[in-house]
Design a binder for this molecule. Sequence first.
Ligand code: SF4
Length: 349
Amino acid sequence: MERLHIAFFGPPNSGKSTLVNTLAGQEVSLVSPVPGTTTDPVRKAIELPGLGPCVLIDTAGLDDAGVLGPERSRLTRRILDETDLAVVLDPVIPSLMGELERAGIPVVRYARGQSRESLLEQLAAAAPGEQEKYLTGNLVKAGDKVLLVMPQDSEAPKGRLILPQVQVLRELLDRGCVPVCCTPESLPAALKDMTPNLVITDSQVFKLVNQTIPPEWPLTSFSILLAAMKGDIRAFVEGAGAIGRLKDGDHVLIAEACTHVPDTEDIGRVKIPVLLRRKAAVSIDIAAGNDFPEDLSPYSLIIHCGACVAGGALVRSRIRKALLAGVPITNYGIAIARLQGMLERVSLP
Ligand code: SF4
């Protein structure tokens, strides 16, 4: 289940940080009587009654008259890209309301003195229903055996699984499925004892897994499941068509939703560029975290990461920007499947 991203907007010192702390039941943001204390957005992942897993985003004050005002306002407006639900505090800023309306973001108005319970009720009523969507969609049903192929190579964090793997595993358990996990090395041993209803693999070993399992078994990847949950899988599949049209000198943007420390086997910075350059001598730019460019016109293709730590609103807003600029956009999992000639083979949720 995807986390609902709830952002709090208002002028400096309108009580946003106090409200976030009250909702969270703990001090998330610095509260100060000095106007404009919150300069960078502060995020807190939390479970809220009636809403489930959420991320609360405390934003910098809008329309600040101080030196940092314009920069704070720019940062706050970037937050719109990842917002599923906005809480707007008094006094309301008309230009903000216009932007929220244009972005199609549902708004809850909060007035000073309103109780936590009453605000939670309002939020639950206004929240878009999509966080109920399942990553595995209609690909599984209760009782299905699902084989998860999860490389634990140098790119994998020490001592834990990465978020998409954890999310899918938990979801399969919730849905009454029987998940079985293996690494690419232990895949042959796993296959001795089971005929899975679905195989979900890390994109990096797509080809190997495809060569190892019978062609009639449904196969998909963690990236593809995330793409379907957080973006627009049809737009991504269509965007992947641009890979076949790339020519020498074209510019490709690799867009990452976070600023993780890249690894020598990094999928976006190493593996996808190697595969792309087998097709054409393209020039590749990387945009990490919030550095998604305003001007997309130089690019022939954008390849977005799985956005495991971001909300669907961020990815959908980037898809919208790309399509408005006339630039095809796809994501890691779809791009790798296309680059390896297996896009026809994969099951889409
Ligand atoms: S948000 Fe994107 S770049 Fe960051 S770890 Fe997740 S998939 Fe990788």
